[in-house]
Write a protein that binds this ligand. Sequence first.
Ligand SMILES: C[S@@+](CC[C@H](N)C(=O)[O-])C[C@H]1O[C@@H](n2cnc3c(N)ncnc32)[C@H](O)[C@@H]1O
Length: 298
Amino acid sequence: MIQDAIVHIKTIDELINWIYFHFDQSDIYFGHGSDNAWDETVFLVLQTLNLPYDLPQEMLDSRVKQEDKALALARAEKRINDRIPLPYLTNKAYFCGSEYYVDERVLIPRSPIAELIENRFAPWIDGDSVNNILDLCTGSGCIAIACAQYFEQANVMGSDISAECIEIAKQNAKNLQVNNVNFLISDLFDKLPDTQYDIIVSNPPYVNQHDFDTAPDEFSLEPAAALLSGQDGLDITRQILKEASKFLSNNGILVVEVGNSADALEQAFPNVPFVWLEFERGGDGVFVLTRDELLSYF
Ligand SMILES: C[S@@+](CC[C@H](N)C(=O)[O-])C[C@H]1O[C@@H](n2cnc3c(N)ncnc32)[C@H](O)[C@@H]1O
């Protein structure tokens, strides 16, 4: 039992090494913020102790308080036994350098679209000409809020079919003191105001039935409605492709993540000139189309 060591562990360093030993031997899946047992352990301990990631090495020999130690060990045990992703245990996730509150009502932020936002969608649009941005399927609000942070002059709208997501997204915007973003409950474009957006960006549900059925346990704790999108993973994306042009300004662009369903999308629409983006920090399956292309093909 991982908690058996509670009386022997005195320092942060000992706590990290003990949890790492157990994570490394377990069959937990890393896919929600880290990709290895060491990083996952360090994130768990530092987040639980409310310590910064650039903690000086000598601080690792500091004594750890009894209640912090107990909480870290209890979280580590849940991570292994119940396969709960770490961000749901600490209620913290990171996106474009900001901290987000997350729980099991929202998908854990991890979209490679973060990198695109940090580059202000260059070279696909002139960032200074952007006035209105729409984030469809906003979940925790991370894409909408990051867009609002990187396009201070723009108005950003984030929408989601889930009232619980919108509640959390609003709270995240408030916590981060971001004011140029609004949120709306809407089934895709249904309830949106009659606005022409310069950028429509979306990380919609795009997991196909087979991948959904065979995913590691960690993913079963995320809302199914945030992942699954029909047999081939493209139900929602098809609707976005059909309707997006009506909501785009003349030079507007549509950016959508479809992840592993990229091949299925290419097969479904072989004539459409999808541009697939490359990311320095990893990730793929994100395409860009212009309004003119959408008008021509959908
Ligand atoms: C993959 S999650 C993305 C969340 C967030 N954008 C992110 O990147 O972390 C997809 C989101 O789409 C929402 N969703 C599912 N069907 C929808 C629909 N028909 N209209 C609007 N949102 C929908 C889900 O509630 C979920 O929050």
